[in-house]
Every structure is written in structure tokens, then in C-alpha cells.
Design a protein around this ligand. Structure first.
Ligand code: ZN
Ligand code: ZN
Length: 573
């Protein structure tokens, strides 16, 4: 895979090397697969894939988790981003800042090719023939990943054939559709390497060849292609897909073949929850189980039977009917006893068990309970920050499946090399964090300027983060060479002439330690004694520096409030 991707330099190197030698390869480990051909996913506990989908749909908690997760992952959409600022034409080295020529080979550099995006953008931003937008297809993919941990993206391609030779000259991707994991299967040999059994003509999909058979199409004489995936919709209707037509990804357990279904792992928990819901439902229904048994000690069994028969008939007509009965007892013995059957929900610890199961299920997916609008117990704004952080991580994890695996493979099929698709990070990353990061970036830029570098603001498509690229300022005349050895000196040795006249960080900015003397980590104090009183911002309640550990000084109003509260209390209480 690396050979194909790296192309230029690496391939040339290996080619030059390999010619003179004989080659041997480490054996690729075989898997305990019985057959070469269509591989079936493992069904733990005998639970089938349709059953996994069914339980996800009917279990409210599971469905809430799964749909929230996909909403959050794609909530802010996607954008096309440059892979690099400049790229060497001859060796392929990529640069994120401005260079005149390649630093490795001195070759010419070029910018990302905007024309590459013309066609993919039209396909991706349009709709497929099922009137689904790209994001909606991704929704389906994410759902599949969260239920069975396998998702199949099918690229419907149109092949262009030379009428003379019958050869495929090129293709274009016409649309992008989700493949149903219930029917999609991987075709591999015993090592798990895709292909190895069927071959099919890309133009005549009904022409299949098995190993040992003719390898050219009977109709058009084309060379047949290895089948990598099949869609087993029914006997005799199996569809064959060749390499590059199906993209398969797993989220939680990527392996050589299939992933491992999370719903399968929480099957018992999910079924218990469903059973609990059913229990509640039926206990509020008319057709409930008896609440108890009434046993009557009586001398006259017959008359009691006829009495209860009448009661039953009335109950049938009116479920709320309460029978009134008087008991005659000549012997003075006998009585009525109430034997209770149905436990109350409290006795069964219903809520506790339910919460436990729910918490475990949401923990797997990284969705916190607060997120599921359950702030009853954990409540309070103070908790929110932390809870949402957990979700942020799972959103980030979920997005990586797309930005690092699925999108690159998709764009490869579109022939796009200079661009990537990126998902916007989750908005829950709060504004303060973002501003702080930007602030640090700006501070860094100021220091870099003092070291003789010129910061240049990167324009990131739609991404609001402030980022700089640095280039060295040209050395005019005999000025001291700034920081030759790569070690940042304590004191910048004289300003380069091109610098704006700013020797120190501007006053009023964030507390930035001056670069003299020693700086951080040398053990020299360069900021004077700690003075919490002079803090300019209140912070968020957490200490914002090592100086201030007790939070901000109370305001006059807070002091007054404390005085009033204290006045109402006894001394020492
Ligand atoms: Zn180069
Ligand atoms: Zn053919």
C-alpha cells in the first residue's frame, strides 16, 4: 500500500535496489478461515445482524444514544481543506509554509490544484439518485458503525470503454450510496486479503469466473477483475463489486475482516431494558397479571363461587369496579386474607437497575447521562463542563473514522490528491478555550518575531483557529545571525533591521514572562513576588496560574453578603 501511495522517491529507491537481488517475503499470517471466498461475520451468541438493528430501533435508550452520537459528529458539517500549501513537483515533499523551492531536492513547488475538486464537489454536494445528500449517507454509515461496527460505502462508477480495443480507459464516480451490512460481505482468501476467488467483468456483471476458469469475459473479451465485496440480496441475485467500488470501515474494532458489534456486546443489557419497559407497559395496561390472590375461609363454598362469578362479570364490564362484600359467619371462624403478588417498582429496585444499565450503555459510546437530558441527579451547571468533555472526546474519535480513513479513501477514488475533507470540530468546545488557544498562538508569534521570524497568518478554510507559519526574515548586512544553533537564546541578539520597533510584548496583554533573564525552568524568578490582588481577570473559579490558588478576591458585594449571613449565625456555629 505504501508503495503505491508514495510513488516517486520510495518507488525509485526500491526499484533501483531490487533489481540486483532475489526477493523473499515473510509469510503473511493466515487466519483460521475455512474458506477462500465470501466471509461471514461472526455472530456472537447467535444473534443475527437484523436482530441487532431491530433491538437498536426498539430500545429507546440505545436509539437515543446512537442518534445523538451521529447528530453530534456531523452537526457542523464538512469542508474541503488544502493538504499542503506547497508541494515539490519532483519529489513530492509537502510544505505548510511558503518556500521558494523544495528544501530537499531544490525542485519546483506548486500550489494545490483547485481543478481536482470541481467534479468531486459536484457529486458530494449534490444528491444521489435516492435524493440523499452526502451527509445523510454519512448518517447511515455512522448508524451502521454504532450498531454492527461495519459500514460499506458503495461508489457507483461509470466506466468508459474504448470501442476499438474494449479496454476501460477511465471511469467516473457517479454517486455514493450506503451498502447494507445485512447483505454486504467481504470476499477474501484465507489470509484475509481481499479477492482471491471470483472474478467479474466490470462491464458484464453477470459474467463470473471461478479459480481455474477463463479469465476473460465471454461477451467482450475484457480481462476480468477480482471481486472484493458481494451484496447477497438473495439467491441468484448476488451482486459483485471489484476493487475500488466499495469502501469498508470499522469504528470500534477494525480488523482484517469485520468489526465487532457494540450492540452485540450489550445485548443482554438492551434486552433487559426492553423487558423492563414491557413490564411497565403491561402493568399499566388492562391485561395485567393479577395483583394478588384472595383466599376466603368459608363454610359455604358454593355461594362464594357464585358471588365471585358475578363479581368477575362486573369486572369484565368495568375494570375499576370494586366489589363490596359482607361475610356471614355462624361459627365465628373464617376471614378474608389479602395475598399480594405484584411487587412495587421500589421493591424491585427498578430505577436503580435501569440507571445502572443505562449508564453502562452510554459509557461505551462515550455519551454522558447529562447529555441524555437526565440532569436530575448530577444536576447543576458545575457538572456540565466535565460531562460535555466526555462527549467531545467521543465525537472527536467518531470524526477520525471519517477524516483519517473514509474520506481519504473516497477522495482517492475521485483522483483527488491535493485536498482533504475535514469535519468541523464539535461546537461544545467552549468559546473560552478557543480564545485561550488563539491567545497563546499570538503570544508565540510575538516571541518568534523577537527571534527574527516573520509570522504569517494561515488562512484555513472556515476554520476559525488562528495559526501562523513562520519564515526567516532576510539578513541585512552584518547583523548578528539570529539563533544559529537552534537553541533559543535568553536574550535576542540585536533586532534584525526589518523588525517593527517592538522590543517588548505590549503592555496590558496576557501576563507574559519577559525573556530575560533565564526564563522558564532555570529557577530564576523574573516576575517579582506573587500578587493575587493585582489579577486583572476573575477567571472561571479555577486557579489560572500557579500564583493564585484561592480564586479571586471577594468583591465588596460578596463581602457584605458574607457579613449579613454571618450576623445571623451563632458564634462558632
Ligand atoms: Zn523536492
Ligand atoms: Zn464483458
Amino acid at each position: 500500500m505504501a508503495d503505491r501511495e508514495d510513488g516517486g522517491r520510495l518507488a525509485n529507491f526500491l526499484y533501483g535496489l531490487g533489481d540486483r537481488f532475489r526477493r523473499r517475503q515473510t509469510p503473511e499470517p493466515t487466519m483460521a478461515l475455512n474458506v477462500t471466498g465470501i466471509q461471514e461475520p461472526v455472530l456472537a451468541q447467535g444473534i443475527t445482524i437484523p436482530a441487532l438493528y431491530a433491538v437498536t430501533n426498539e430500545n429507546l435508550v440505545l436509539r437515543t444514544i446512537v442518534s445523538k452520537l451521529k447528530q453530534e459528529i456531523f452537526r457542523r458539517g464538512y469542508y474541503f481543506e488544502k493538504k499542503f500549501q506547497l508541494k515539490c513537483v519532483s519529489c513530492g515533499e509537502e510544505y505548510s509554509d511558503t518556500v521558494e523551492q523544495c528544501k530537499l531536492c531544490g525542485g519546483e513547488v506548486r500550489k494545490p490544484d483547485a481543478e481536482q475538486l470541481l467534479y468531486p464537489k459536484k457529486i458530494i454536494e449534490g444528491m444521489n439518485s435516492m435524493e440523499q445528500s452526502f451527509i445523510q449517507v454519512l448518517y447511515e454509515i455512522e448508524h451502521d458503525l454504532n450498531v454492527v461496527d461495519d459500514a460499506f460505502l458503495i461508489l457507483v462508477k461509470e466506466y468508459y470503454v474504448d470501442p476499438e480495443t474494449g479496454e476501460i480507459m477511465f471511469y467516473r464516480v457517479k454517486e455514493v450510496i450506503r451498502g447494507n451490512p445485512i447483505f454486504m460481505r467481504i470476499v477474501s482468501d484465507k489470509r484475509g486479503v481481499r479477492g482471491g476467488r471470483y472474478k467479474v467483468c466490470t462491464l458484464h456483471r453477470d459474467q463470473i469466473s471461478y479459480p481455474g476458469q477463463e479469465e476473460t469475459c465471454e461477451v467482450c473479451g475484457n480481462k476480468m477483475q477480482e471481486v472484493h465485496y458481494v451484496n447477497m440480496v438473495g439467491s441468484g441475485k448476488t451482486q459483485y463489486y471489484v476493487e475500488g467500488e466499495v469502501i469498508h470501515v470499522s469504528k470500534y474494532n477494525p480488523s482484517r475482516l469485520y468489526g465487532k458489534s457494540p450492540v452485540n456486546s450489550m445485548w443482554r443489557q438492551a434486552m433487559s431494558l426492553t423487558a423492563m419497559d414491557n413490564y411497565i407497559y403491561t402493568s399499566y395496561q388492562k391485561r395485567r397479571m393479577p395483583k394478588g390472590i384472595i383466599s376466603v375461609t368459608t363454610d359455604n363454598l358454593e355461594s362464594m363461587k357464585s358471588f365471585w362469578k358475578a363479581v368477575d362479570e362486573k369486572m369484565e364490564r368495568d375494570p375499576h369496579y370494586i366489589p363490596k362484600v359482607g361475610i356471614e359467619s355462624q361459627t365465628g371462624r373464617g376471614g378474608v386474607n389479602w395475598v399480594k403478588f405484584m411487587d412495587t417498582l421500589d421493591e424491585m429496585q427498578y430505577t436503580a437497575v435501569r440507571d445502572e444499565i443505562r449508564a453502562r450503555m452510554s459509557a461505551f459510546y462515550g455519551v454522558s447521562n447529562v447529555f441524555m437530558i437526565d440532569n436530575g441527579k448530577s444536576g447543576g451547571l458545575g457538572n456540565n463542563g466535565l460531562e460535555i468533555l466526555v462527549t467531545n472526546r467521543s465525537v472527536e474519535f467518531g470524526q477520525k473514522v471519517y477524516t483519517q480513513v473514509l474520506f481519504p479513501r473516497l477522495l482517492e477514488q475521485f483522483g483527488v490528491t491535493d485536498w482533504k475533507i475535514t469535519l468541523y470540530p464539535n461546537e461544545e468546545e467552549d468559546e473560552i478555550t478557543r480564545l485561550r488557544r488563539d491567545e497563546m498562538e499570538v503570544n508565540l508569534a510575538q516571541r518568534m518575531m523577537m527571534l527574527g521570524y516573520k509570522p504569517e497568518l494561515l488562512e484555513e478554510g472556515g476554520n476559525r483557529d488562528i495559526r501562523f507559519v513562520y519564515s526567516k526574515l532576510p539578513d541585512d548586512g552584518g547583523g548578528a545571525p539570529p539563533a544559529g544553533g537552534g537553541m533559543p537564546p535568553g536574550m535576542p541578539p540585536g533586532m534584525p533591521p526589518g523588525m517593527p520597533p517592538m522590543a517588548a510584548p505590549p503592555p496590558g496583554g496576557a501576563p507574559m514572562p519577559s525573556p530575560v533573564p533565564g526564563g522558564q525552568g532555570v529557577g530564576l524568578r523574573n516576575r517579582g513576588p506573587a500578587s493575587p490582588d493585582n489579577r486583572t481577570t476573575a477567571g472561571l473559579g479555577s486557579p489560572m496560574s500557579s500564583v493564585q490558588q484561592r480564586g479571586p478576591m471577594p468583591t465588596q458585594q460578596q463581602k457584605n453578603q458574607d457579613q449579613i449571613s454571618n450576623a445571623g449565625r451563632l458564634r462558632g456555629a
